[in-house]
Design a protein around this ligand. Sequence first.
Ligand code: MOS
Length: 728
Amino acid sequence: MMLNIGNKQQRVDGPQKVSGSATYSADITSQFYHAYVLQSSIACGSITALDTSAAEAFEGVKGIFTHKNLPERLKNRVDYTDPLSPPGKPFRPFYNNKILYNGQPIALVVAETFEQARYASSLIKVTYKEEEFKGSLYENLKNASADRTPDPASNRGDFKKAFKNSEYTITQEYRQSRNYHNPMEPHATSVEYKDDGSIVVYDKIQGVGSSLKYLNGVFGLGADKVQVKSDFVGGAFGSGLRPQYQLFMATLAALELKRNVQMVMTRAQMFSFGYRPEVIHTMKLGCSKDGTLQALSHRTVGETSTFEDFNETIVDWSGLLYKCEHVNLEYELTPVQSYTPLDMRAPGGVSGVYALECAIDELAHEAGIDPLEFRRKNYVDYDQNEDKPFTSKELMACYDRCEELFGWKNKKTSSENEPHLLTGFGMATGSWEALQQPASVSLTMDENGMFTIKCATADIGTGTYTVMSQIAADKLGVPIEKIEFKLGDTAYPDSPIEGGSWTVSSVGSAVAGVCKKFQYRIADVWKRNNPDYQQVDFDAILFQDGNLEYDAKTFSFAEIMQQASKEELSIAHNEAKIEGQTTHSGYAHCCVMVEVTVDQDLGIIKVPRIVNVSAAGKIINPKTAENQLLGAMIWGLGMALREEGMVDSKYGRIMNANFAEYHIAVNADVHNIHAEFVEEKDDKVNPLGAKGVGELGIVGLASAISNAIYDATGKRLRKLPMLLDDIL
Ligand code: MOS
């Protein structure tokens, strides 16, 4: 029988997705009222008057919700948070008349159609008492404070002294603009209101458990009164980690009006909540004459909201990626009048490593050492932050393979050799944590030998349906067609949110665990009913093709289980973290190399070639894994050259809340792009030996492009995005 793990299995949900039969949260076909939100046009102050009479009188309008009519029963319920709330007080729409940021939802109009609701919202008259908008991160740097951040991983040695004694040093500042998540599917919630007062909520979320806990916290409904479902998610990248305000609003309206209500955010409204924060890094690095890294200091100041302290693991990477005895890490936050930032693909890592990998390149040049050689020279094979060995680390193999594939030693331009084009080459290292969370699954087999495995996890487009089916097929010993993996329902066993690139390691390990239990169970039933085999050792039994095989005899699972009781056919399993995670550090790694061209006359930067080689443990599905790497790399390209959330300095408004002005990388930006994996054996990280790959590919990429631009032009652009006017 062909093994599924390690096979380029096509997506099992592919036909549903390409035929349009996959139902996303706004695709539920019940009859709904539609909700549209009115947003604040000021950044700070309060609402002094709110006239909704014209909107109420408009055709089709069924209800309007504002701070003036928030149900009494909700007012006392102010202690709730959501599972990923940072320290502080989560924003609660409609709780009072205060305005905390521009774009804040201030009124919800519910009508028979979306168009009626949207138009009616324009009839609401709002009077504000406006207070001054105090600007963005730069204007508020004096308020930066380490009181709002957790302590960085480790400060060690004597940085000052080591820096002073270094032969070569660099001191530089790197800036990153604010970035917004722009998944293809906007946030949406459809709430079905049942006659008994219970609700079924279809939410765009990275974990239905998150929505359920939030709704129970806000509305205090019993567990039997709410079910949250999310069969398909059209990309999320962190924007669906925390429940967003449309969940609260659609649910509020449904409960108050006792009707089905649907709320779909517009693209512009997708800019009214979380984002990757703007940050400023100050890097000081020193090395000896032979290029040994001796001193490293990384200080980052990032923005947060005035009501929550959003923090990331951002500077710690600088203590981790290279061998260095004298390390100083500092991380501070500055509140600004915006919504709270939100995790975005490789949160923290992508930012911290951007600054580190640019600084390493600068130092290598100072020392006159090839940037790849410099990294090899300062390679570290244990986690210095935690003083622990790694579960595995094949980064050196990534360097070697990437060097070979890219032709780093004999770099040749792959593009047209036109006289106005300057060509440059750059590289960087990337890394991401290999995490595991506890997860639960259930398994049942029917009389035909079909398996149903359930878990409340999500598939945000990464391929959860597919890889879990692959794992189950191999771990049970049945063809993949016999597996149905079901997810996205709070009626199923608990799962962590789909985030942190930990779904394969967490849910996948739980799936492997329940399958092993099933094999023990079926072996027991078989022995019980076949007295001749009572002494057979479990390890002597073969499980394949849906059969139990022993001593050249074959018994089908279906046949054996006909003799089992109904209870025996259902198996539950909770998988905890394994011990390896406390004694060792788990990280995936990659090396990325890029070629850029810079037009001398026009300043246009292009990236004709990107090669990424990753080490991420066992790759369960090389096809979906490669997809994730490529997607992340393209985003890294966008981060390097395109994406910039712009805040109006007077009104605190996002000025480019649309795809015309907020540029993301598109097909025309992407040329020759390649991702592959080196072999990495890992028997400690989790039972599958697999590390997540959803976030890895974006880490380091912007630095590689920045370093290549320097190689091409001799100019260091220490900011993101790097635009043509920075070149000229
Ligand atoms: Mo990820 S930013 O944990 O979805």
